[in-house]
Design a protein. Sequence first.
Length: 311
Amino acid sequence: MHEALNTAGPFAAEIAKLFWIFAGVSAVVYVLVMLFLVYTLRRRAGRGSTPPDAVPPRALRAIGVSLAITGVVLIGLALADFFGNRALASVPADALRIRITAHQWWWELEYLDAIPAHRVMTANHLTIPVGRPVLLELESRDVIHSFWVPSLNGKKDLLPGYTTTLALLASRAGTYTGECAEFCGFQHAHMSIDVSALAPDEFARWLQGQRAEAAEPLDDVQRRGREVYLSSSCRACHAIQGTISAARLGPDLTHLASRPRIAAGALPNDPASLAAWISDPQSIKPGTRMPATQLAAADLSALTAYLGNLQ
Ligand code: CUA
């Protein structure tokens, strides 16, 4: 569920605060205007409908005072907006940097690190530490997308050929759901991004695990699955670290089994969904760039067994 007002960090809280200030002030103004309207109509009804020859000075004074109050209220709202935006634009030092590249229709995530071997590639599920700021570097490979996880911050567009940034800070652990918020083509509605905020030590363990090469097959079926993967068209688009498969057109599959969902949130990550997705992706996400792969039933189940072991 997307909950912009159920905030999990200071950036989203800043936006929620602005929402309540604007909603509260607007509600008070609305009620006051309606009360004055009713009062005026009643007075006029009591006096008959002949308008006076000239505007009485008392009415002029009332108009002047109303205009002044309106001006003060508008300036107050503009200031609240200005300071809210400043708080959102502050880029925290010592932030964890993650590059997010949007594709039609999935998210490529790269945890940046000065040591190249420590970089981590994953997709569609962002894992961050609680209490440490994260700076997202947002790019797009094709059209304009928009990153939006309402519990953590507002929307930010991902533009082809230009890098934008967005800061996140989760103050409590949990999983927060998000979506692409800019119409980006056929499967715009199937472009989810979920964020798991983990305690710092748990996050460190997760990151360490993601840096490792892919798990070795545990049995003959999984070994057969790896052969199927490496000898079919899968490796033309995907990468599995530790094998000869290193393409970057589709999501990195090195730790596929550690992600709760596949196809950018369209399906749960289980053997049946994997098999359906591999053999006929167009029936699940029409227009997806992933081509169908025809495999014998035994090969397909060996392949899903192998992928299911890539924790
Ligand atoms: Cu990507 Cu809408």
